[in-house]
Design a protein around this ligand. Structure first.
Ligand code: ADP
Ligand code: MG
Length: 267
C-alpha cells in the first residue's frame, strides 16, 4: 500500500518542525508503523536528531533532488527499528540555484518518492521535515505530500506567518497537487502559565477551528535535550511530558484517519 506522505512545514524557524517530525515519527513507530523522515533542511537537524552523524551522511536528499542517487540509496536506518531517515547536508542550500533550469524542479521529490526501490521498505508513513522558508525545497515537499502539518509556536505573531504558508499551499494546489490537504495545526512549546500562550491558543482555535489539534505540545526540556543524544525524546525519556504529548498527537491523527491502518496491521 502507498505510504501516507506528510510535509511538516512553517516558514518560521524554531517553531518545532524538526522536533515534531522526529517525535511524531517515533510515536507512529510505537503504533506499529514503518516510518521514513526525509530531511529537507540544509541544517540537517532531523538527521542529527535521529542519530545520523554528519560523517556518515554519504548519500543525501541533495543527491536525490539532483537525481544523482535514488531515494532508496539515500535512506539509512536509525537506532529505532522501523524508523528510517533520508539525511541532509548543507549543500542542500544550493538546490534552489542548482535546479533553477530543471523543468521538473518542483516535482523532483515527488518523483523520487515514487521510484522503484522504496517499496521494499514497506513504509506506512513519510514525514518531510521542511526548511524554515517557502523556497523550492518546501515546494518540493508540498508537491510530493498528501497533506501539510503545521507546527505553530505559542507566541505573539505566530498566526501572522500562516497566511503566507496558506497562500503557498493554494498555489501548489493550483499548479501541481490539487489533492494537497492541510492535516492540521499543532501548537508547540506551550507554557500554560503564560497568558500570551493561552491567548495564541484561543486566537488559533477561533481563526482555524477544527484545523487545530486538541493535542498541545508543552514546552519540555526533554524534547530539546534528546537531539544531542541522537534519538527521539520518546527513546531518550519515554515518560517525559513531551513524549506523552507526541504520543497523544499520533493518537489524535489516527483517530482522524479512522484508525484503519493500525487495525489492518494488527490483523
Ligand atoms: P524548527 O525545526 O521549526 O526550526 P525545532 O524543532 O528545531 O524547530 O525547535 C527549535 C528549538 O526548540 C530546538 O532547539 C528544539 O530542541 C526546541 N524545542 C522544540 N520544541 C520544543 C518543546 N516543545 N519544548 C522545548 N523545546 C523545544
Ligand atoms: Mg528544523
Amino acid at each position: 500500500m502507498k505510504p501516507r506522505i506528510i510535509a511538516v512545514a512553517n516558514q518560521k524557524g524554531g517553531v518545532g518542525k524538526t522536533t515534531t517530525a522526529i517525535n511524531l515519527a517515533a510515536a507512529m513507530v510505537e503504533r506499529g508503523r514503518r516510518v521514513l523522515v526525509v530531511d529537507l533542511d540544509p541544517q540537517g537537524n532531523a538527521s542529527t536528531g535521529l542519530g545520523c552523524e554528519v560523517s556518515t551522511r554519504s548519500i543525501t536528499s541533495f543527491d536525490v533532488l539532483t537525481e544523482d542517487a535514488t531515494l532508496a540509496e539515500a535512506i539509512v536506518r536509525t537506532e529505532v527499528e522501523e524508523l528510517f531517515v533520508c539525511p541532509a547536508t548543507p549543500d542542500l542550500a544550493s538546490a534552489d540555484i542548482e535546479l533553477v533550469s530543471n523543468e521538473k524542479r518542483s516535482f523532483l521529490l515527488s518523483d523520487a518518492l515514487r521510484q522503484p526501490g522504496v517499496e521494499v521498505l514497506d513504509l506506512d508513513l513519510i514525514l518531510i521535515d521542511c526548511p524554515p522558508s517557502l523556497n523550492l525545497l518546501t515546494v518540493n515537499a508540498l508537491v510530493a505530500a498528501d497533506s501539510v502539518l503545521v507546527p505553530l509556536q505559542s507566541e505573539f505573531f505566530a498566526l501572522e506567518g500562516l497566511s503566507q504558508l496558506m497562500l503557498t499551499i493554494r498555489q501548489v494546489r493550483e499548479a501541481a497537487n490539487p489533492a494537497l490537504r492541510i492535516e492540521g495545526v499543532v501548537l508547540t512549546m506551550f507554557d500554560a502559565r503564560n497568558n500570551l500562550a493561552l491567548q495564541v491558543e484561543q486566537d488559533a482555535r477561533e481563526t482555524l477551528g477544527e484545523l487545530v489539534f486538541s493535542t498541545i505540545i508543552p514546552r519540555n526540556v526533554r524534547l530539546s535535550e534528546a537531539p544531542s543524544h541522537g534519538k527521539p525524546a520518546l527513546q531518550y525519556d519515554s515518560s517525559s511530558r513531551g513524549s506523552v504529548a507526541y504520543r497523544a498527537l499520533a493518537d489524535e491523527l489516527d483517530r482522524r484517519w479512522g484508525g484503519a491502518r493500525p487495525m489492518e496491521k494488527a490483523g
